[in-house]
Write a protein of this length. Sequence first.
Length: 617
Amino acid sequence: TSFPKQPFNQYQKEDAIRKVSKYVGDMQIILKKDFSKHSKEYDKKNLAKILTLFDTLSLLTPGKLAEYQFFKAETQYSVSEFKDALYEYKNSLASLKKDIKGLRRKNVDSIFSCIEQINFSSKEKDQELEFAYNKHIEFWPKDKKARTIYPRLFALHLKNKKYSSANTVLMNYAKAFPRDIQKQRDLLRAHIDQLIAKKDTTLLALTIKELRAGKLDFSKAEIDKSEEILANILFNNFKSLNSKGESTKALAGYQNVHFTEYYPKTIRANAAFNMGMIYTDLKDHNNALKWYQKSFDLFSKKEKNEKRTYLERMALRTELLQNFLYASRINTFILEKYCTEKKRNQKIFTSLIRNNLANDYITRTLYIIKSYKKCLTSVFNETLEEVMTHLYDNSHNDVLIAFIKEYKLETIFPEKTSEYLEALYWSQYDLDQNLKNRYYWILRTYKTESAKRLITAVTKYIKFEKEIQSFSNQAITINVENPDPNKFSKKLQIRLAKIPNLIEHANGIFSLKHGHISVIVYDNLTALSLNLADELREYRFPIQDQNFQKQFKSQMNLFATSFEQKAKYFQRQTQNLVEKNELLILARNESHIGFNVLSISDIRPQASLYAITYELE
């Protein structure tokens, strides 16, 4: 059994191999025949000699190393030395550069057989099975046995938490057996159920992400359901923290989810939206809107639509809490995100306008109308009227004029615009002539009856006022050097004869029935009467005749008293006019019954302009 140390020639080498092979074969037969399956006893020396001879043969024929290793394994297997046999089968498999005489399959099949025979620990058996499974699908990925191996290897990887390897196996299975798609989905469902049970949100999120990418063509409904479950797992804890008053921890949790890229977009978006809800409850409105915006950057169109009702409720709640600034910001957010829902946006637009008007944000209100009318079917006239009324009530007069002109409100609301312009006209009547004239010329373009009546009355009053002024400037001058009572008497008669004409002109204005103008005319008539009474009492003749002086003074007092009575008459007429028609007159002076008292004592200066003080009679 020993060889000489000198080198063999080719013939000698082949002869030696032949003889040794025959000899070792005979020894194998003897070994197996002597082996007792019951007691597991055999000739260990014989086994050792056989293994040594196979090693010798492998040295003589290096190209057949894998075969001799296989023979060694088979010999060991025949005497139930399964662990040693497994080792040699693996060596033989590793030594094969290419398959020879089906040796690769024989090795793999034998490896499976050894694994079944050896009493491994659970961990060891998993390792060996993983090796055998991987080798089989490496060499024969599409054969009948591989079809059963893929699910087993997938389950083995899941058992040992080798999720990446499990995913690779599943994808290879799908590639090799595309018709087994339903079974492959069932495997993945089992995996997902396992992750859900363990609340492994990281791997569950990664798996769902792959499903979204089209892995195994899962239905959208099933993917959505998985996402919903993942969201519940993630968010229930945060909701619990928030309900316990630990908002900071809840926010930190949601934020972590939002910024974790492997979570599905829907979950990241909802995490941001939930943060917005918490910040809303905390009245941290700036952060709330910031996170609502972040959520909408990730939401799908359908998901955005599902959030609208909540946002509208938040806007209404904030508005009822009188935080009009933040309510308007939510309104604006809603309009921007749902601009195409034009019919539904009208209510939000109206609230947005009102919230800004509540803060008297005029510039922003006008900007909103221009910028967001594209989000409406049309800007309702009621909204324009509301803005116009606010501008008037809050004395934004220049803006009011421009607003009426821009939106042609004089044609939509002729009576109201006319009323406002007339009020502005009278507010500036004794204050700013330029503004008064501006409003006057605007009113000339209006077609309402009240505007026309005002313009007509003002035109006639201007003429009447000039006549009054002319009359007032024609006081009689007495020639001190050559006083002539007859000439004075004639001049006075001529002067007093003009008063009926003035009264007639005044009656012509009264017939127009314009309250303000009528009161002003009464003011002029009252002032004229009082001034004329004062004028008459102030006349003096430089004549020494006492009787003449007495008669002259008595006559002048009589005339003056007559005009003072007329003045009182005009005052009563004015008061009756004001009370009967419930007029609120700004430009009212001498015709006011309490004028003398108010002008002297300076009591309630504004009341003298705005109040109907008939109680002072």
